[in-house]
Design a protein around this ligand. Structure first.
Ligand code: GAL
Length: 418
C-alpha cells in the first residue's frame, strides 16, 4: 500500500513529538555505582522511576569514591551539556552550587517537609544559600570492619574490641594462612582506612581538629604520627597483590574466605548481601576498634543540574521526590548497605548491621560525634581531600622514611592545598 507524502510527514511528526515527550521525561544520571551490590541498589531507583513513567539514561563512570565520575562531570558541564542528575558527595555539591550550576528543589522539599526529617548534618551539604539543591539518598559511614565469621570461628577469635585485639586477630589469621586484611591499593581506599585509624587513635575531637579544622598542630602531632604507625602495621597484613585492586574485589576476598577482615565503608555490606551472605551468620560488622561511639559519615546525594526545559525540571523534581520517599529510602538502603537519609524511617526492614548503623548514627548525632568522612568529601573541600590522599597513599606505599616524616608532609600538603 502506497502511503502519501503527507501521511509520511504526519507519521514522522507524531513519532518525533512522541519521542521528544518521552525524552522530556527521561533523566540522564551520572554515577559510579558499578559493583554488584551498587548496581542492585541502583535498580531499585531505576524501577521506581520507570513505574512513574520516568526513563533512565544511564551514565555510569566506574571508579570507587567517585573521582573519575567528577572528572567526567567537569567535562560535560564545560561542554555546556550537564547530566540531569549526578551522584555527588558533600563538599563537591557545595562547590558546584557556588558555581551556580545546580537547580532549585525548594518546591518539592517544602511540599514534602524535607526540613523536618533530613538530619542537619546532611542539610549542610544538600542546601546552598538556604535553597535545596540536591536530594540525599542515604548515609554511609566509613569506620567499619567486615569480618569472615567462619575464619574467626575456626581460629577461636572473638570480635576484636580494642586496637591491640584487632592486630592480634590479624596476626592469627596470617599465621593460619589467611590474608589478614583484604585491601585495595587505590588512594581513596587508603584514605578510607585512614578515617577509622585516625578516629581510633585520637578520638572524635582529634579527628575534627585535624580534618575539619585543619589544625597544623593536630596534623603534625604525635597522635597523627601514631596513626601513621598504625597504618604501617596494617600494611603488614595486606597481600602482595593489593595494589590497584577494586574495593569490591577485596570484599570478595572476605566473602569467599580468602581474607579475614576488610576495613571499608558500609557499601561493602551491599557486596556481602549481593553474594547471599547474612550478617551474624556469614560475616560480622563492627566499628574500627577504638572508634566506637563515633561515626565518620558520607551521604550519597543526587545533585540536580540546571536544565533548560520545564519537562526536565519536572523530571528532576519527580526523581528527587522518589528518592526522598520513605518507601524508597527503605528499599534502596536495605540493598545498598547504607542507612536512610530520613530520620522518620523504621529500621524494621534492615538487617542487624543496618539497625546497628541507624542506632549509632542517631546516637553520634546526639553526642556530637557524627563527623564528616575525610576520605569521602565530607570533612573538607576536594583540594584538601586530595592533598591528604596523596600523603596517606604515599606513606602506605613506603615513600616516607618514617611516620614522623609522613605527619610532617601532611602538615605541608594541607597548608599548600588551602
Ligand atoms: C563512596 C560512595 C558509595 C560507594 C563507594 C565506593 O564514595 O558514597 O556509595 O559508591 O564510594 O565506590
Amino acid at each position: 500500500m502506497r502511503i502519501g507524502l503527507r501521511t509520511k510527514l504526519t507519521a514522522a511528526a507524531v513519532l518525533a513529538m512522541t519521542t521528544t515527550l518521552a525524552q522530556a521525561e527521561d533523566v540522564e544520571v551520572l554515577h559510579w555505582w558499578t559493583s554488584g551490590g551498587e548496581a542492585a541498589a541502583l535498580n531499585v531507583l531505576k524501577e521506581n522511576l520507570a513505574a512513574q513513567g520516568i526513563g533512565w539514561i544511564d551514565m555510569p563512570v566506574a571508579g570507587g569514591g567517585g573521582e573519575a565520575a567528577m572528572t567526567a562531570l567537569r567535562a560535560r558541564v564545560t561542554a555546556g551539556d550537564p547530566p540531569t542528575a549526578v551522584q555527588m558527595l558533600g563538599f563537591d555539591i557545595q562547590d558546584w552550587a557556588a558555581e551556580g550550576a545546580l537547580g532549585n528543589l525548594d518546591a518539592v522539599a517544602e511540599a514534602e517537609g524535607w526540613d523536618a526529617v533530613v538530619p542537619a548534618a546532611l542539610q549542610a551539604f544538600a542546601r546552598y544559600d538556604g535553597h535545596w539543591i540536591s536530594a540525599p539518598v542515604n548515609v554511609h559511614s566509613t569506620n567499619w570492619v567486615w569480618a569472615n565469621k567462619g575464619i574467626l570461628d575456626q581460629l577461636g577469635l572473638a570480635q576484636p574490641t580494642t586496637w591491640d585485639e584487632f592486630v592480634a586477630a590479624l596476626q592469627a589469621a596470617e599465621d593460619a594462612g589467611f590474608v589478614g586484611l583484604a585491601h585495595d591499593g587505590q588512594a581513596w581506599q587508603d584514605a578510607t582506612i585512614f578515617d577509622g585509624v585516625v578516629l581510633s587513635t585520637g578520638g572524635p575531637e582529634f579527628y575534627s581538629q585535624a580534618f575539619i579544622d585543619l589544625d597544623p598542630a593536630a596534623l603534625g602531632s604525635e597522635t597523627m604520627v601514631e596513626a601513621f604507625r598504625r597504618m604501617e602495621v596494617l600494611r603488614g597484613f595486606v597481600d602482595d597483590n593489593f595494589s590497584g585492586r577494586d574495593w569490591n574485589l577485596a570484599s570478595a576476598m572476605v566473602i569467599n574466605g580468602e581474607a579475614a577482615f576488610q576495613i571499608m565503608g558500609d557499601w561493602a555490606k551491599g557486596e556481602f548481601l549481593n553474594a547471599g551472605q547474612e550478617p551474624g551468620t556469614d560475616f560480622l560488622c563492627f566499628r574500627v576498634p577504638g572508634s566506637e561511639g563515633s561515626v565518620t559519615f558520607n551521604s550519597d546525594q543526587f545533585a540536580m543540574f540546571n536544565v533548560q526545559s520545564d519537562e526536565a525540571r519536572a523530571a528532576q523534581a519527580a526523581m528527587a521526590s522518589a528518592i526522598m520517599s520513605p518507601e524508597f529510602q527503605i528499599a534502596f538502603n536495605v540493598v545498598k548497605g547504607s542507612v536512610p537519609a530520613r530520620t522518620d524511617v523504621s529500621d524494621e526492614a534492615f538487617d542487624a548491621c543496618g539497625r546497628q548503623g541507624m542506632a549509632e548514627l542517631a546516637a553520634a548525632a546526639e553526642a556530637g560525634t557524627l563527623l564528616g568522612s575525610m576520605a569521602h568529601g565530607h570533612a573538607n573541600r576536594a583540594a584538601v581531600k586530595n592533598a591528604i590522599y596523596d600523603v596517606v597513599t604515599a606513606h602506605f606505599n613506603g615513600e616516607y622514611a618514617s611516620a614522623e616524616d609522613a605527619a610532617a608532609a601532611l602538615v605541608e600538603a594541607v597548608a599548600a592545598a588551602q
